[in-house]
Design a protein around this ligand. Structure first.
Ligand code: G3P
Length: 217
């Protein structure tokens, strides 16, 4: 499963790129607004930092506007993925941009039939929002499982990008459900490393080693 970071915070990305485990980045208008920098320059900075797919969202609500903005975003760097909302206009624009060779991430997906439409429109990625469905009392991960089954039934190549993941168990369950990618807030990514038994075990190993007087050298 590919791991993307869900942030437009360049300092956070710089801090985590050295892990060697980050395959790409997703952003949304809220995250870009929070970064507080002009959009396309910050996008260029992120694209230069991480060579994988970097999703950047159009904010127009009509297909022509989305195509125009999508082309502006694509011109920033070759690894830009145009992010478009799952609306009738969004899927029209998905079809146009995909036919023109752009990679499109269709976002704000909350149902399996929406995901079916996005795949038919030629989306490269579909982003089911797991956490927001959980917030509303639904089982967000069930949506990932349904999309996996539907895409596999028909051989759709659209990749499932599990989004709105809030916890390490969300990441585990997305991987078990066969999501192709998962996008994580930096804090959730950092939490994936952690287990109390790892810390306790390492502490005991190092204590015993020190007491032995042995050396690796
Ligand atoms: O990638 C979509 C994600 O940013 C939404 O997450 O936590 O705002 O639901 P959240």
């Amino acid at each position: 499963m590919q791991i993307f970071l869900d942030t437009a915070d360049v300092a956070e990305l710089k801090a985590l790129v050295d892990t060697g485990l980050i395959d790409g980045v997703t952003t949304n208008p809220t995250l870009v607004a929070k970064a507080g920098k002009p959009f396309r320059p910050v996008l260029a900075e992120i694209c230069a930092l991480i060579p994988g797919p970097i999703s950047a969202e159009a904010v127009a609500t009509d297909a022509a506007g989305m195509v125009r903005e999508g082309n502006l975003l694509r011109a920033v760097a070759p690894n830009v993925v145009v992010k478009l909302p799952l609306t009738p206009e969004g899927l029209k624009a998905t079809k146009i941009l995909s036919a023109d060779g752009a990679k499109v991430n269709v976002t704000l997906c909350f149902s399996a039939v929406q995901a079916l439409l996005a795949a038919k429109a030629g989306a490269t990625y579909i982003s089911p929002f797991v956490g927001r469905l959980d917030d509303g009392g639904h089982d967000g991960m069930e949506l990932v499982r349904e999309i996996r089954a539907i895409y596999d039934n028909y051989g759709f190549e659209t990749q499932i990008l599990a989004a709105s993941l809030r916890t390490p168990p969300h990441v585990r369950d997305a991987a078990l459900a066969g999501a192709d990618c998962a996008t994580l807030p930096p804090a959730v990514f950092r939490a994936l490393y952690k287990h109390p038994l790892t810390d306790l075990g390492l502490e005991a190993f190092l204590k015993d080693w020190k007491a032995s007087g042995l050396s690796v050298e």
